[in-house]
Structures are given as C-alpha cells and as structure tokens.
Design a protein around this ligand. Structure first.
Ligand code: NAP
Length: 476
C-alpha cells in the first residue's frame, strides 16, 4: 500500500511515520515543508516531497499513486486568519487527492461540537467538513480526539509542569469540565489501523478513554508522580489570567495557552461508538497508564516528538530563515580544539541547553529567558527533547535547530523575542571551534538592542566556545 503522511514533522505525524515505517506492507511518502527536518536515517527509507498544501504542483506530486493519505496539518500559529488558511489547505488537499485517485483520506481533528466549540476547535471541525465534503469522490475517515497525553504533548506538558511546580492550585471553574483523554500511542494505533480497515463511506470516529474532569486529571497525574496537590476553586479567574498563569509556569506561549484555555471551557467527550465498532481490537489505556507511560519516556530520554517541533505557522519556521549570511552584525570567537577531535566537540555542542544549561554564565541565560517569557516568548522552559541528541527542527530553550551537519556545524535560530533575526553558529574546523552570533537588526531599535546587550554577550559568548571544547576534552 502506498501511503502519504502530511504533517510528518509535527507531534502526531512524526510518531505515525515511525509506526508506519515498521509495517512491512506499506511504502511511505512524506509531504514536508523542509526535508532537513526528517532525520537522515529516515530520509533513506521514505520518499520525500517538499512543499505545502497551498502550492498545487508539489501537492499533486505528493499524492500521485497514493492510496491512503493522512491529513495531519493545521495553521493555528498563522495569526488571525488561520481558519481561512485551514479551510483553503483542506480544500486544496481534497481536490488534489481526488485528481490523483486517492481512495481514502484519514484526518485527526478534535472532540467537541460546533455549538460550543472554541475558535481553534471550530477550525478543526471545518477542516473535517471540507475534507469530507465529496463523499461520492473520496472517502474520509475523520478521527476526533480530545486531550492527548504523551511525552512532549502540549496538554501533558501543562499538566506535568503545574503538578510539579504548584503544591496548591487556585483553579477556575472550567477545571470541572468533562473530557476524554487518550494516550498518544492509542491515537497512533487508531490512525495506523485505519489505513487498511474495511470501513464503509465517510465516518467520524470519536476516540478517548474514560470521561474525567481536568481536576481529576491533575490530581491523578499528581498521584502518579507521588505528589499531594490541593486545588482551590475560585469563581472568578478569567481565561486571560489563566493563560498568563500557564505561560509563566509551563513551556507554552501565550497564543497556545489562550487557545487551550478557551477549549477547556466546553466538554470534549466521545459522541459515537465507531471506535469500538470499527476498531474492536484497540482498547485505549487508562489516563493513569498514559501519564505513567509519558513520564517513563521522559525519564528514559525517549521522547519521539514534541508540541514545539512544528512551526505552527503558514510557512515553515526554519525553511527560509536558516541562512545567517544575511546578518549585518556579528560576534565571532574562536577556540583551539587542542587534543579534542571535531567529533567530540560536535557532540559536546549538541548537549547545550535544557537541564545541562549554558555553562558558567547560565544565570544570564536564565535572566534572558525570564525577560523573553515576560514578553510573551518561550523563555528557557521548552528545554530540549532529549538529553544528548539534536535533530533539525528541535526546540532548544529559546532556540530552534536550523542546521546540523555531523561533526561540522550546529546552527541555532533564535525564537526569543528580539528586534531582528538572530542565529548562533558553531562551526567546527579540524583545529578550532568558531562560534558566531549573527544578527540582522530591525532598523534602529534592533541596532540599539544589539549594542546595549554587548556587555552581556561579551560575558556569555567569550566563555561558551572555550567551555564546549573543555567539555569535549573532559568527555574523552
Ligand atoms: N497534538 C494534540 O494534542 C492534538 C489533539 C487533538 C487533535 N490533534 C490534531 O492532530 C492533527 C496534527 O496535530 P499536531 O499536534 O501533530 O500538529 P503540529 O505538531 O503542529 O504539526 C503540524 C504539522 O503540519 C505541518 N504543516 C502545517 N501547515 C502545513 C501546510 N500548509 N502544508 C504542509 N505541511 C504543513 C507542519 O510542518 P512544519 O514542521 O514545517 O511546521 C507540521 O509537520 C491536527 O489536526 C490537530 O488538530 C492534535
């Protein structure tokens, strides 16, 4: 069977791709906006078409000869008009799939009904409706999931951070809203099984484990983590205030926090029995088990994908922004490798950030992270996916990995709030490490920013290259 996975660099798509790679009888093609985001070992095992759903030619190429196409795309981070983009994207995809003679589209949207839907959910519903609109020409299996629990999922990261950081929580009344969470592995099982199941016509398939409130979810997660937590409900805690709390305490940014809080106000429960009818062999694990599994993956450094892997926007975040040659201001440092090899220095550079920190002046990075958080950015809270491996597209504190050339180069693109574009590059030569901070300022304010932080840059950058090389020598 020839299968196309779109959104293969996103949270769900990355995991689905891994699962399908294990299926003997399927040939996999990926539609991605930046092929470098697919790790080199996978690139050899799949066909890759670079493009997006807004451009006809690559879309046609991606769908040619395909029998089953997964649609795992959204434009939520694109600004106010994301609903229009989502509709257009789905329409383009459906029409291209019909032209290519695709038999089945498989889509994952959200649980919930139009009447009480948040703007984000409404867009997911509209996407499903657009994809399913020509049942006589193409079949659509539309899965609907509520809160997805898995290592690196936004919902799980929020719950984990709240539980670990707050012994007492003052909670708004929406914590009593009912939902049916589901483990990410179960979501992937449903999606993977849907490729070759006999299912008649268009279907919506609601998936989830037992119904529970967010309050119960937080308390059960605390129990799994062996923590006792007290929740004090208050009648007045506005969605805006709740969102501020979330951005301060969890890794997510304001836009995502606001969308999630809005979504939590209405029930997201299973409304049909199609999961049991068409997929009787799949029995979703309990919420508790899902939390245990997610915690286990975190502890074992086995996080396959994270909510911040994708760009969330109308264009790929690193595709057209990975060339620091356009920068006009630079801070460059060199340090000799001495007895360390380029391979050892590359490995040491690839462990920067997250729990490992940024060496001697880590407190200055933390301060910058706090400023970024207060300005609505990510701060340092995103950390890193796993301790000792990076791939293109990984978030690393307030950076994103924009380029990675084995034993030669690590390029980080700044995603912190800065008046311009900034990169941090580690260029590993046979005898030295060249570390360069590149900056393309936005007008006068950008230049003022660069010169005003120069003393801090001097402290952190003059020491960083040296510390990476020393670390490489220590790791020998
Ligand atoms: N994650 C959850 O908790 C959850 C819960 C319920 C339902 N769902 C549903 O599951 C689906 C997938 O969500 P997700 O969390 O995996 O999203 P995600 O992590 O944000 O990934 C989105 C993917 O879509 C790609 N993409 C975006 N716009 C594109 C376009 N126009 N053309 C081609 N590719 C494009 C992104 O590529 P780049 O890497 O280039 O940005 C990325 O690979 C969505 O429909 C969502 O509503 C998710």
């Amino acid at each position: 069977m020839k299968i196309l996975v779109t959104g293969a660099t996103g949270y769900i798509g990355r995991r689905l791709k891994e699962r399908l790679l294990g299926k003997a009888d399927c040939r996999l093609r990926l539609l991605v906006r930046n092929r470098n985001k697919v790790r080199p070992s996978v690139r050899d095992r799949v066909e890759i078409v670079e493009g997006d759903t807004f451009t006809e030619e690559p879309l046609d190429r991606a769908l040619a000869g395909i029998e089953v196409a997964y649609y795992l795309i959204h434009s939520m981070g694109s600004g106010k008009d994301y609903r229009d983009l989502d509709r257009l994207s789905a329409e383009n995809f459906r029409e291209a799939a019909i032209r290519a003679g695709v038999k089945r589209i498989i889509y994952l949207g959200g649980l919930g009904v139009r009447e009480t839907a948040s703007k984000h959910l409404l867009s997911r519903i509209e996407t499903g409706e657009v994809l399913s609109a020509k049942a006589e020409r193409i079949q659509t299996i539309w899965f609907r999931a509520g809160v997805i629990i898995g290592s690196g999922s936004a919902s799980f990261e929020i719950i984990r951070n709240l539980v670990q950081k707050l012994p007492v929580m003052v909670t708004p009344k929406w914590v009593n809203t009912l939902t049916q969470p589901i483990a990410v592995d179960d979501v992937i099982s449903y999606l993977a099984a849907a490729a070759d199941k006999e299912i008649p016509g268009n279907q919506t398939v609601d998936i989830g484990s037992a119904p529970m409130s967010f309050r119960e979810m937080i308390l059960e997660a605390a129990a799994v983590m062996n923590l006792k937590r007290l929740m004090i409900p208050v009648p007045v805690l506005s969605p805006r205030l709740s969102s501020y709390w979330l951005i301060l305490l969890t890794p997510i940014n304001y836009q995502l926090a606001a969308a999630l809080v809005e979504g939590l106000k209405s029930e997201t429960v299973v409304l049909n029995d199609h999961a049991r009818r068409y997929f009787p062999e799949i029995a979703p694990v309990s919420y508790r088990q899902a939390v245990r599994q997610a915690m286990g993956e975190l502890e074992d450094n086995q996080v396959l994908s994270r909510w911040c892997d994708s760009s969330g926007g109308a264009v790929c975040d690193i595709k057209d922004r990975d060339d620091p040659a356009s920068a006009v201001l630079r801070d460059s440092r060199e340090y000799p490798l001495g007895e360390a090899t380029p391979t050892e220095v590359f490995s040491a550079a690839c462990t920067l950030g997250g729990e490992h920190g940024w060496f001697r002046y880590h407190f200055l990075w933390q301060f910058r992270g706090l400023v970024d958080k207060l300005m609505g950015g990510y701060g340092l809270n995103r950390g890193r996916r796993v301790r000792d491996e990076l791939r293109v597209g990984d978030s690393l504190d307030f950076w994103k990995v924009a380029d990675l050339r084995e034993n030669k180069r690590l390029l980080l693109l700044a995603q912190m709030k800065v008046p311009g574009k900034a990169w941090l590059e580690f260029d590993i030569q046979p005898d030295k490490l060249i570390q360069t901070a590149h900056f393309l300022p936005n007008g006068l304010w950008g230049r003022l920013y660069w010169y005003s932080v120069a003393p801090l840059h001097h402290l952190v950058f003059s020491n960083l290259a040296r510390q990476i090389v020393l670390q490489a020598r220590r790791n020998r």
